[in-house]
Design a protein around this ligand. Structure first.
Ligand SMILES: [Zn+2]
Length: 266
């Protein structure tokens, strides 16, 4: 083999290796649309070793307050009441180490302010990091993305985009069935609903819109491995399956949510 042929063989070998190391993201993107936007566990096209779980966070039926405009109000769903009801776990957990996420700042609704999403996400991740999961996992905002739909593409994203009408937000968790380790997470908020942020005030909220930190903290509970709960005993848990306007109680975890995490991350 002459020098040129050797070099060509070396380069093609390196290209093959790179492709073999990241085959999943190269092959799968065209199939992401096949995953339905309904609560459930689905096969991942071309990845028999994986499943994807879809959580649709719905607005609470008959929870619509009057349309009277008001900036911040306290009471009702904004009240933070503790609960001992232990949140059930999903099969999966996060792998030890750094967990990186991207924010789509360009998609943030004007009622929130795009710069505030960095702080909101920081707060929501810190809330979970203060539990047992924080002993083995760290969360890092590693930048902005323009992606606004679910995709198994190696990026964990938080974005506003199109989701079905009744969904406030949809979280997708791809995980390996052999190890139950999470491969990827995406959370897509429904841009058709009114959104706001109560700031550092965790007891009062805007009565006419959904509080971003409230709903995001719930969605991140799915990232950690907690399930939805719909029974009345769980109405004050962060992982209660319905979301309401004028709600900030999911900003803070109940004893039952913390116990649920402790069962996943001893
Ligand atoms: Zn949920």
């Amino acid at each position: 083999m002459n020098k040129k042929a050797k070099l060509a063989a070396l380069i093609s070998g390196a290209v093959l290796l790179a492709y073999a190391a990241f085959p999943v993201f190269a092959q799968n993107s065209s199939n992401d649309n096949d995953i339905p936007e309904r609560d459930g566990v689905y096969n991942v096209p071309k990845h028999p070793n994986m499943k994807v779980r879809v959580f649709v966070h719905k607005q609470k039926p008959q929870s619509q307050p009057s349309a009277t405009p008001a900036p911040l109000a306290c009471g009702l769903d904004a009240q933070d009441i503790n609960s001992q009801a232990v949140t059930p776990a999903t099969p999966w957990h996060l792998k030890n180490g750094a967990w990186n996420y991207y924010l789509n700042l360009g998609s943030v609704p004007s009622g929130i302010g795009s710069a505030n999403l960095v702080m909101i996400a920081n707060n929501a991740f810190a809330t979970w990091a203060a539990t047992n999961v924080g002993h083995s996992v760290t969360f890092n905002n590693i930048g902005n993305t323009t992606i606004n739909r679910k995709a198994f593409d190696g990026k964990n994203i938080i974005a506003w985009g199109r989701t079905s009408q009744s969904a406030l937000a949809v979280t997708y968790t791809w995980y390996y069935t052999a190890t139950n380790e999470v491969a990827e997470e995406d959370t897509i908020f429904n841009k058709q609903y009114p959104w706001s942020w109560s700031g550092s005030n965790t007891d009062c909220a805007n009565p006419n819109s959904y509080d971003t930190q409230d709903i995001l903290t719930h969605e991140l509970g799915h990232w950690m491995g907690l399930d939805d709960t719909y029974a009345p005993a769980y109405v004050n848990n962060t992982m209660y399956g319905y979301g309401s306007r004028w709600e900030t109680k999911k900003d803070t975890l109940t004893d039952g949510d913390i116990s649920g995490i402790a069962a996943i991350y001893p």
